[in-house]
Each structure stands twice: as structure tokens, then as C-alpha cells.
Design a binder for this molecule. Structure first.
Ligand SMILES: [Zn+2]
Length: 509
């Protein structure tokens, strides 16, 4: 007793400046394994159908989160609404046909159209130009002596043998150099001979994307079978294939009456981020963000649900429990000084869409957002950790970047309260898994907001239907969520925002 009094007396002059931060433990204790489990069996349950972005399952998960935020007494965090909507586009094939000299070829049997890069169009023409590999750059020009303007070009798949030789400079041979060359030479469409026809599991549904606006419109790309190529080139086709192997296919113009029709529908869908807001006290115009993605990858092609319990049901339900803990603190008169924004985002599995959209359309100024603590997968144990390694661990990522305040606070809170091994493996600059770039905190980091990312590593059930709630270690997950809580508590209540004293470097993203 005496000792304590003495310590307090000595600390008093400093205490005038450094505001005493209330004890967070009673509120942290409301984060329980039982409640995390209860939420997770719903969020990662069959009714949510794998929570694929812009589907019914995702909307059900959003509604569950929204209802819980409402029930807690948070305020709606998006200009008076609970959800920040953003557009998602979805292509689907309506019809496609290719007719050559009166012979009609069928989609998926003889050809397919690249849905995402092609636009609805139809035309009839009487000439097709064959241009070998279809390359036209500083290394090679397959368009030499050919006028491809307004014409259909036919190319064969493959790379010139010279580029396969040992020691040859490495270069990419994806579609983009071929499409660029076709565009530069004025072609209206590209037919590329491909293998694998007929395509049995082909779908009329294309992938989703968020930006419907393109800088460059390329000619339409059609993958075609040998039969289609033969219908155009006749006996020359076999010769051309041999010439490809030798690296010297001869460009040539063929007469062929060809009619191409392609018609796709672009459906505008919508997805959303769910945002709950807890107003701070004397620093309410500064913000602590707590984030996790509530979307997952939906069903497999065979219709089996990917439950996404760890990825990222675990983060989602942790956000729910963190919100409850802060609400209880505020009700007890210990509310945070800074406002806290609880944001569960969607579109993560498609490419960090929800957080990208938020960070490009922020509701709270990013320069007043002191930190984003992002949780993505904290309910399991990485089997790649060595035998003898503690299971009492969490990978802490990004705490060495953007702010030199992050690590001391994170380590102090862990040392005082949760006592876990903080594993910094994924902070290695050459991390082959590039974990730092792979979840939603990255969209805050790229805008300069300091972040910490909490992650348990991957496992055999990652992105599989077997990522189910029964495999979660709820006690460990509660402990990890508490570390996030204590860290957020300190960051919300300390006098200063986190300083931004380390520039973000993005090596070859
Ligand atoms: Zn994932």
C-alpha cells in the first residue's frame, strides 16, 4: 500500500501531462470464447452460403452484422446508414456465333469469347490475316508486310523458339502483348487457336469486377479450335503449325467470308461495407478503425459451400465482440477519447474491393484516422510453425511500417495483458507470400494510415469447404481478439495520434 502511494506521488507531475488511461480489463473480459463461437456458427453457417460478394449470402451476413451493431447501440457509420454500397459488375454471355464460308461454329464446342475483355459486336468480313505469334514489338514483328487495319487477325498460341533458348531474356507471353500488337495494327478482332475444345465446364457467367471503365478498349478476343483455323487457312494450317515450331511463320492474307456475333450482358450488382460508429469524448474527431472482411468465396463449382470460418468469419465475429466491449466501457463512463469505427468489408476475396472503395471514398478523414487494426484469420494454428513452437502466438504484420509508435504500444499491451508470442515472420521484406499486401489494412497503408494486421497463417482448410467453425480454437481466438482490444484501447485513449514517421515502400507490388 505504501509503496503504491509513493509511486503515485512521484508520478504525479508527469501524470499531469500523460493522462491516466482507465483499466480496460473489465471490458476486455466481455470478449468471450462462447460468444465468439455463437456468432461464428451463424456467420460461417450454411445459411450464409459462403458469403460471396454481391450474392444473397453476403447480404445475409451484412444484415446480421448490421443488426448486431444496432442492438449494441452503435450509430450507423455511413452518413446515417449502416452500409456503404459500392458497384460490382458481372458479365454474362447472351449469344455468340462464328460462321465461316457458310459453316456455323458453336460456342464452347469450337470457340469461346473472352467475356471480360470483349464487347458486344457483330460484323461480316471477307478477309482474315494470319500473323503467326501475333507479336509486334522491338524484338519481333509478325505483322511485317501485312495491313491489318479493320481486319480479323488469326494467331497461333506459343512463343518463338528463340525466346525459349537458355540465357534468352525472359519475357511475358500472356495475352497482353498480343492484344496490344493487334490494337496497334488496327485489327478489329483476334482469333487465337487454343487447345481444350470442346470446353465442357464452360459457364455463361464471367467474373465480377468493380471498375467498368477502361483506359483502352482492345479488339475482341476469341479462342478457336483447330477446325475453325482450318476452315480459314485450309491446308496452310498444318504448314503454319510446323513453321511456328521453327520460329518463322509467314504472315498471309486469306479470303474467307466470316460472320462473327458476340453479345454479352453487363449486370450492375452491388456490395457493401457495414460500418458501426462509437463516438469518442474529447478527441471524437480522430478515429481508430477496427476492420475485418465478412465476405468469403461462396460455393465451389459443384455447389459445395466454402464456409470461411477462419477466413474471415473469425475476424468478423471478433469485430462484433470488440464493439460490444467498447460499448460496455462507454456505458460505464469509460468510453474511448477517440471515436471508434467498426468496419466489416466485403470484396476482400475478389481483390480487396471493399477496403479499396472505402479508402477512395472515406467517410472519416484518413489524416485523422490514427490507425487501422485489421483482423483476417485468427481462429486457427498454422501447421507450418515448427514443433516446439508455442501455439500461444499471433502473426503481427505491418507494425514496423509507417509509424514507430505501433510496435512499442503493441508489445507493451501484449506484455501487460495477453502474453502471447508476437511472430514477426511476415514483416520480412522478401516474404514470398506477400502477406502485407493481401488483406484490407493495405488499403489504409497505401493512404498513409498506420496499420497492424493480425493473422494466424494458412492451413490445409484455407479456401476449402472444410474451413468450418468446429475447427476453430475459440480460447486462442478470444485471446487474440483481446490483444486487438487492448491495443485499440491504448491508441484510442492516449494523448497523441500515432506519428507517421516511416515512409511506405512498396517493393514491386
Ligand atoms: Zn481468403
Amino acid at each position: 500500500m505504501r509503496k503504491l502511494c509513493l509511486a503515485m506521488a512521484l508520478a504525479a507531475p508527469l501524470g499531469m501531462m500523460a493522462q491516466k488511461i482507465a483499466n480496460p480489463v473489465p471490458y476486455a473480459n466481455s470478449i468471450s470464447a462462447e460468444e465468439l463461437k455463437k456468432h461464428l456458427y451463424i456467420v460461417a453457417g450454411p445459411e450464409m452460403e459462403g458469403r460471396e460478394t454481391a450474392t444473397e449470402g453476403q447480404r445475409k451476413a451484412a444484415a446480421y452484422i448490421e443488426n448486431y451493431f444496432k442492438q449494441l447501440g452503435l450509430a450507423p457509420g455511413y452518413n446515417g446508414a449502416w452500409q456503404q454500397p459500392y458497384p460490382v459488375y458481372q458479365d454474362s454471355l447472351v449469344s455468340a456465333s462464328i460462321e465461316i464460308n457458310g459453316k456455323k461454329f458453336q460456342p464452347f464446342t469450337d470457340f469461346y469469347a473472352n467475356l471480360s475483355s470483349s464487347n458486344s459486336s457483330s460484323f461480316m468480313t471477307s478477309e482474315v490475316v494470319f500473323v503467326g505469334y501475333g507479336i509486334s514489338d522491338s524484338t519481333r514483328n509478325d505483322y511485317k508486310g501485312i495491313d491489318a487495319r479493320g481486319k480479323v487477325v488469326l494467331v497461333l498460341a506459343g512463343t518463338p523458339p528463340s525466346t525459349q533458348a537458355a540465357g534468352a531474356p525472359r519475357r511475358g507471353f500472356g495475352m497482353s502483348p498480343i492484344m496490344e500488337a493487334a490494337s496497334k495494327n488496327g485489327a478489329i478482332a483476334v482469333l487465337q487457336v487454343q487447345v481444350g475444345f470442346p470446353r465442357r465446364n464452360a459457364s455463361n457467367r464471367g467474373s465480377q469486377y468493380i471498375s467498368g471503365f477502361r483506359k483502352t478498349i482492345y479488339p475482341n478476343l476469341y479462342g478457336i479450335s483447330d477446325q475453325v483455323a482450318e476452315a480459314i487457312m485450309g491446308a496452310d494450317y498444318a504448314t503454319a503449325k510446323d513453321a511456328m515450331k521453327a520460329g518463322n511463320p509467314q504472315a498471309k492474307t486469306y479470303a474467307a467470308n466470316i460472320a462473327v456475333e458476340f453479345n454479352k450482358a453487363v449486370t450492375k450488382l452491388e456490395s457493401s461495407n457495414v460500418i458501426g460508429f462509437l463516438e469518442g469524448s474529447d478527441k471524437k474527431d480522430e478515429y481508430v478503425f477496427l476492420t475485418a472482411h465478412y465476405d468469403h468465396i461462396g460455393k465451389t463449382a459443384a455447389g459445395v459451400i466454402n464456409f470461411g470460418a477462419d477466413d474471415d468469419g473469425s475476424g468478423t465475429v471478433s469485430i462484433l465482440e470488440l464493439a460490444e466491449a467498447f460499448v460496455k466501457a462507454k456505458a460505464a463512463g469509460k468510453g474511448p477519447r477517440r471515436s471508434i469505427v467498426f468496419m466489416t468489408v466485403s470484396g476482400e476475396e475478389k481483390g480487396l474491393w471493399g477496403s479499396e472503395y472505402y479508402s477512395d471514398h472515406p467517410v472519416y478523414p484518413l489524416d485523422k484516422t490514427t490507425v487501422d487494426l485489421n483482423i483476417d484469420m485468427i481462429g486457427r494454428i498454422d501447421p507450418k510453425r515448427k514443433i516446439g513452437d508455442s501455439t500461444n502466438y499471433i502473426f503481427v504484420v505491418g507494425d514496423d511500417k509507417l509509424s514507430s509508435d505501433l510496435r512499442p504500444i503493441s508489445e507493451a499491451m501484449n506484455k501487460k495483458y495477453t502474453k502471447m508470442e508476437l511472430d514477426y515472420k511476415f514483416n520480412e521484406p522478401n516474404d514470398p507470400e506477400r502477406i502485407y499486401y493481401r488483406s484490407d489494412h493495405f488499403n489504409f497503408a497505401r493512404k498513409g494510415v498506420p496499420i497492424i494486421f493480425y493473422f494466424n497463417g494458412t492451413h490445409a482448410d484455407y479456401h476449402r469447404p472444410t474451413d468450418t467453425p468446429d475447427k476453430i480454437n475459440y480460447d486462442l481466438m478470444a485471446k487474440r481478439a483481446k490483444l486487438v482490444f487492448f491495443t485499440a484501447w491504448e491508441m484510442a485513449n492516449r494523448n497523441d495520434m500515432l506519428k507517421r514517421d516511416i515512409p511506405l515502400t512498396m517493393p514491386g507490388r
